[in-house]
Design a protein. Structure first.
Length: 445
């Protein structure tokens, strides 16, 4: 591997500096071209600049390239409340209220100032459009097992009471576990109790078999209502699988989750195509979900992800964008379920992509990874890349947050912002306000 400092000299000549000008992303929008699915990642779940720049690129794709949906790493029913709000279809007084379903840890992922501002913009954008051309906001994730079950039952109670009775009986399989899906997963995984796999599959299949009947009977609600219910039933089926496999190892449950997100994206394309022609969707998730897994050590270990599945299914109609940073601060927890903190981000490890890009000497830049340039050849060598999720453990950073990847095979473009700051939650905890004192910053690790 070439030395980071010497390699950075050539890279500097091949990247596009970003200044904050309105024209910063003109070349990127041109490179995206006619792609119908653009995946925009993030190197952490708590960096302000990643969220801000992603929202700016998305606004341009909506306004200039006709993208008509944003699909995010959030649960289907929680995001659908936002979708109703931006379409003018619910009673929420403002965007803060519309984001009110995001109560599960980590709330700051979607209840933050950047997302709130984007939701405000999207509602205003839609207010000037015809109903057939509204831009939607949807969730792809599967953690909302019980909320999705409730949504299916609510739909059937309103549209088909007899079917609701059958659904209630099937879903009662989960009643022994309260509201703890992990408890269900544990006993089902080790055969301590019969699984609910058959019940959730039967419920989804019955709903799908009766789709035409429900759509033809105007008293049974709109096709959009049916689609919302069907996706919740699909989520319940896949969430059951996820929680049942999570005790069998990381790879199994990871693959169930990312396959569900890709499956939901496909279903969303089908739904939108039926109502408005060729749809285009922007996806917001973490780099680890949206960068092609085949280029990473996780892929070598058997993991697949949304980025890989999208490339396989959509080919040249897809475009993958990643982010990176060298240092700064991040909103993250110290452990699962803990309150958010404003933590210092350690400088990138030597010989990592973060270290290499820091040595380029530009505060922020865009690199087109599809470009043929001798200066970019060094990026094709496998290097470490950092990934900070909702938990950040700087004291074990190499083990907890770095993996090997080949960047040009992982993404089509990458935006590097050398120093970044923490995402601002709508609900700031005292520990977030205080931040991390300098004398607690890990050293010698």
């Amino acid at each position: 591997m070439a030395d980071s400092a010497s390699s950075a000299v050539g890279i500097r000549e091949a990247v596009q500096p970003l200044s904050g000008a309105a024209s910063d992303y003109d070349a990127l929008i041109e490179s995206i071209g006619d792609a119908r699915v653009v995946l925009i990642g993030e190197a952490s779940h708590g960096t302000y600049e990643f969220y801000r720049e992603r929202a700016e690129i998305t606004r341009r794709l909506i306004a200039e390239r006709g993208f008509n949906a944003v699909a995010v790493e959030a649960d289907w029913p929680d995001a659908y409340r936002v979708n109703c709000y931006v379409g003018g279809g619910n009673s929420d007084a403002d965007s803060n209220a519309a984001l009110g379903n995001f109560k599960r840890f980590p709330t700051w992922m979607w209840r933050n100032t950047v997302v709130r501002e984007f939701v405000d913009w999207l509602r205003d954008h839609n207010a000037a459009r015809q109903s057939a051309s509204l831009v939607g906001f949807y969730g792809l994730d599967l953690y909302s097992l019980y909320a999705s079950i409730d949504a299916v039952l609510d739909y059937l109670d309103r549209t088909d009471p007899e079917a609701a009775q059958r659904a209630r009986y099937r879903y009662s399989c989960f009643e022994h576990f309260g509201d703890d899906p992990q408890a269900y997963g544990y006993v089902a995984s080790f055969n301590l109790s019969q699984s609910c796999q058959t019940e959730v599959m039967e419920q989804l299949h019955e709903l799908q078999r009766r789709a035409d009947e429900y759509a033809q009977n105007n008293t049974r609600g709109s096709e959009a209502d049916y689609f919302y219910a069907e996706q919740n039933a699909r989520l319940a089926k896949n969430a059951e699988d996820y929680y049942r496999t999570m005790f069998q190892g990381r790879v199994s449950s990871w693959n169930v989750r990312d396959c569900h997100m890709a499956e939901t994206l496909d279903a969303l394309f089908g739904h939108l195509d039926r109502h408005g022609g060729r749809s285009k969707i922007v996806v917001w998730e973490h780099n680890s979900h949206l960068g092609d897994a085949r280029a990473t050590e996780m892929g070598q270990g058997g993991e697949i992800n949304v980025g890989q599945l999208v490339r396989e299914r959509y080919g040249d109609e897809s475009f993958l964008i990643g982010f990176s940073t060298y240092t700064g601060s991040v909103t993250a927890a110290s452990d699962w379920g803990d309150p958010p903190e404003r933590k210092r981000v350690r400088p990138g490890l030597k010989h990592s992509y973060e270290d290499l890009f820091h040595n380029v000497g530009l505060p922020r830049f865009l690199v087109d990874l599809r470009r043929e340039s001798p200066a970019l050849d060094t990026l094709r060598h496998e290097r470490l890349q950092r990934a900070i999720g909702v938990i950040y453990r700087p004291e074990t950073e190499r083990l907890s947050h770095y993996f090997h990847t080949r960047l040009p095979d992982q993404f089509d473009a990458l935006i590097h912002i050398d120093e970044t700051r923490a995402l601002e939650p709508l609900e700031r905890t005292p520990r977030w306000e205080t931040g991390e004192a300098s004398d607690t910053y890990p050293s010698g690790l």
